[in-house]
Design a binder for this molecule. Structure first.
Ligand SMILES: Nc1ncnc2c1ncn2[C@@H]1O[C@H](COP(=O)(O)OP(=O)(O)OP(=O)(O)O)[C@@H](O)[C@H]1O
Length: 459
């Protein structure tokens, strides 16, 4: 969450703001009749549905109308506020589903609003922690270091002298999100009237999205995810190379998350990282290994590795923050996933890989096993002999989308999340370790081998 920059969402006085009225001062908003409100919400919903569907069905970026229309759709999302901004970001990070024009435009969606008044934050903290921040903390800075739509982040000092950050939710945010999600469900039904809407499983997307949001607004989930992630890496050589701020559970509730303050550089600040004398390859290798380890062994992995959440501390250790979005694989799925990776990349057994995908419940329209294996081979062929740094995960994403269409694949949310994180890793690899030959990297090779050897296929 970067520095607060006022956006249209701050000043917008749309019917939605009036309806839920939790982010803006109600006294500053004009009165809007319920009928006008319903009409406006309906019209906006229709606009979103039409815009997104049109893009999904095939405006090509070369068509001159596409960039302008994409901008308009993005503006609508930004004006509508936090739920839609989050949804837009989800669209932006779903390679292959939407056109590059729309995805690129949505990448610029801003999730920043002016901070809430200090009295408001004081009241939330007092209600959550049972005493005012001036009592609970030795020192609490009322000026936030970051401010987004769901929460804002403050620094404080505990009575023990430890410096901490305190993430505080905006009051009423849960109600507002719930109301927005109810509208989105209607929009999804509208979108599904078209075959393309059905292909995108609009209702499922909204369901998954709503479940994710609900989990995100209970900070106890985030605290638990941080602990689970750390527990997953414990005992591996990565434990000392990856740092997650320590949670202070005694000052953590549904609305407040208190954790160790970490002073670190963003992973995309290549110049500063180099100037500090850190080894870019080491950092990217650690990120990739810890991601694979946490997803395929530990079971809880970070699901939002954007550059604001991946940092490098003064000792060159990787620091991960913001566990609001995580993925979890149960032990059975982890086993199948490890097998799938081995089938695809080590054994080149595409029929087995197809069966693994089927076991995962991803294939809704299975064809012959032979045909499937051929398609799978076509999918992985471009990877043969390439190093990870030279691969384009974006191209992979588009190919995967084509396969998904042919076999009516419904990739489990967790798998889609894995794909998105690999896109981030690709970005940092190109930035910090462009020369890295990942496939001949000894540590990565040993890691893969150990990971896949552990459960030699029983077939
Ligand atoms: N433990 C920490 N130590 C130092 N700074 C932190 C810490 N946690 C968060 N911050 C700062 O606060 C910002 C926002 O935190 P975080 O990403 O957890 O919030 P968020 O509301 O989930 O934001 P977003 O999802 O938009 O990234 C971070 O980008 C970072 O600058």
């Amino acid at each position: 969450m970067p520095e607060p920059v006022p956006t249209s969402a701050d000043t917008d006085t749309s019917a939605i703001e009036v309806a839920h009225g939790t982010l803006a001062e109600p006294s500053r908003l004009p009165h809007v009749s319920p009928v006008a409100e319903v009409r406006r919400v309906g019209a906006t919903a229709f606009q979103i549905a039409r815009g997104v569907t049109e893009f999904a069905v095939g405006y090509r970026p070369s068509q001159s109308v596409a960039p302008r229309a994409a901008r308009e759709v993005r503006d609508v999302f930004e004006r509508l506020g936090p739920t839609y901004v989050k949804l837009g970001q989800l669209i932006a990070s779903s390679p292959g589903v939407f056109t590059p024009t729309l995805s690129r435009e949505f990448e610029t969606l801003l999730d920043r609003v002016a901070p809430a008044a200090p009295e408001v934050i004081d009241a939330v903290l007092t209600a959550a922690l049972g005493a005012s921040p001036s009592t609970v903390f030795a020192d609490f800075d009322p000026a936030p270091i970051a401010s987004a739509s769901i929460a804002q982040v403050h620094t404080a000092t505990l009575h023990t002298g430890e410096r901490v950050v305190v993430k505080v939710q905006r009051p009423g945010i849960t109600t507002r999100l719930a109301a927005d999600v109810a509208i989105l469900e209607r929009v999804a039904q509208l979108v599904e009237l078209s075959p393309y809407g059905r292909m995108l499983s609009a209702s499922d997307v909204v369901d998954d999205f709503a479940t994710g949001l609900a989990a995100e607004v209970d900070f106890r989930n985030e605290a638990q995810a941080m602990d689970d992630f750390v527990a997953g890496l414990a005992g591996t050589p990565l434990a000392d190379r990856v740092r997650v701020p320590k949670v202070h559970h005694e000052f953590t509730t549904r609305e407040v998350l208190t954790m160790e303050y970490v002073d670190a550089l963003r992973i995309d600040d290549a110049r500063a990282i180099r100037a500090a004398g850190h080894d870019g390859t080491d950092i990217v290798r650690t990120l990739l290994l810890s991601f694979l380890e946490s997803a395929f062994h530990g079971g809880t992995f970070h699901g939002d590795l954007h550059a604001g959440n991946v940092l490098v501390d003064e000792k060159g250790r990787l620091v991960l923050i913001d566990f609001g979005i995580v993925g979890r694989f149960d032990p059975r799925t982890r086993r199948i996933m490890r097998r799938l990776v081995g089938d695809l990349f080590l054994r080149n057994d595409y029929e087995a890989a197809g069966r693994a995908l089927f076991t995962l419940g991803a294939v809704r329209k299975p064809g012959g096993t032979r045909e499937g294996a051929k398609d799978m081979r076509r999918f992985t062929a471009p990877l043969a002999g390439k190093d990870l740094g030279g691969m384009s995960y974006t191209a992979l994403g588009s190919q995967l989308a084509a396969l998904a269409k042919a076999y009516d694949l419904k990739l489990p949310r967790e798998l889609v999340l894995v794909g998105k994180q690999l896109l981030y890793v690709e970005k940092y690899m190109k930035l910090l370790a462009p020369q890295w030959r990942a496939l001949t990297d000894k540590e990565l090779f040993m890691f893969m081998k150990n990971m896949l050897n552990e459960d030699t296929p029983t077939r």
